[in-house]
Design a protein. Structure first.
Length: 78
């Protein structure tokens, strides 16, 4: 296989059609604060749930993280 063919295969045949349009999905200035807060609350709930699941699945890592947090709190100065 020649160098030119290898280079074409690595690039995967990308061209301008594969790039996302800059004007696609422009954030709406009229979006209400309530909708944004609702999405943020949902995200935070899912994040908290995922962290709890990770702590249950990896108890040793969770315990080490708790110990590190306790050390940070002990050495914190007001």
């Amino acid at each position: 296989m020649r160098d030119g063919e290898q280079r074409d295969q690595r690039q995967g045949g990308r061209d301008a059609r594969d790039l996302p349009d800059a004007q696609e999905k422009v954030p709406d200035a009229q979006e209400s604060d309530a909708a944004r807060r609702r999405r943020r609350a949902q995200f935070l709930r899912e994040l908290h749930e995922a962290k709890q699941l990770r702590d249950r699945v990896q108890p040793r890592r969770a315990r080490a993280a708790r110990m590190r947090q306790q050390m940070r709190m002990r050495t914190f100065r007001w």
